[in-house]
Ligand binder design. Structure first.
Ligand code: PGA
Length: 256
């Protein structure tokens, strides 16, 4: 079965509750409706999740940007997977490069987080990608392979099949620079191959692998036309509702 394209916004540390609700109203009332042929989620800050969940249109699922892997306990400042599921979260971004680099999250932590997300009945969006130095050293595939295998290590093939990976080269995030669509397709094809070797062909053919990093309405189509790129994880360009709708329309158009 063909994989449906998936457009996911990552709002990072932007939007109060009021601003998040205004986004939901704007896409609900948009003159151009979100095409029904693709899937959607927005990953909002923790504080906006509960309110946003009931304001989003039904076809836009609620996402979170982080989680802690313990069930509950004395972990001041952390939020568990069960708490996220409780407010209606369906997808959780795990191992975003800002978590890996600004907050020093290790592959081991990320693996625990992926397991916790699945354990609470949600789906992980596991981020992988090389930084500029690793790219210059030609280590892109090696880095993506390590992060992918480690992140998915504790999942069964069935759990992998419904999960999501986002290939986000660190140097492309928020920089306005991107790899070419062909280049991103090549890396994503290799990631899928690694999943196949480790988890089998059903998992590899079902898992959705997104591209992320400076995706805009003007460049998204080139990525979405690639056979192995199943959608995109979009930061800056997902904040404005009109831009989100434009990304959706371009994705649906490219997927035809
Ligand atoms: P960007 O961010 O689209 O603003 O580059 C992407 C991301 O960090 O997921």
């Amino acid at each position: 079965m063909a994989r449906r394209k998936f457009l996911m916004g990552n709002w990072k540390m932007y939007k109060t509750v009021g601003e998040a609700l205004a986004f939901a109203t704007a896409i609900t009332e948009s003159k151009t409706p979100l095409p029904e042929s693709i899937d959607y989620a927005v990953a909002a800050p923790f504080t906006a999740l509960y309110a946003l969940g009931s304001a989003l249109p039904e076809n836009v699922l609620l996402g979170a940007q982080n989680v802690y892997f313990e069930h509950e306990g004395a972990f001041t400042g952390e939020v568990s997977a069960r708490m996220l599921a409780d407010v209606g979260v369906k997808y959780v971004i795990v191992g975003h490069s800002e978590r890996r680099h600004v907050f020093d999250e290790s592959d081991e932590w990320i693996r625990h987080k992926v397991r916790a997300v699945i354990g609470a009945g949600m789906l992980p969006v596991l981020c992988v990608g090389e930084d500029l130095r690793q790219r210059e050293l030609n280590h892109t595939l090696r880095v993506c392979e390590r992060q992918t295998l480690s992140g998915l290590a504790e999942l069964t093939p069935e759990q992998v099949a419904s999960s999501v990976i986002a290939y986000e080269p660190v140097w492309a995030i928020g920089s306005g620079q991107t790899p070419s669509p062909d280049d991103a397709e090549g890396v994503i094809r290799s990631i899928r191959h690694v999943v196949e070797q480790e988890k089998g062909s059903v998992a590899a053919n079902s898992i959705r692998i997104l591209y992320g990093g400076s995706v805009k309405p003007g460049n998204i189509a080139g990525f979405m036309q690639q056979a192995n790129i199943d959608g995109s994880l979009v930061g800056g360009a997902s904040l404005d509702p009109a831009s989100f709708v434009d990304l959706a329309v371009a994705t649906a158009g490219a997927a035809q």
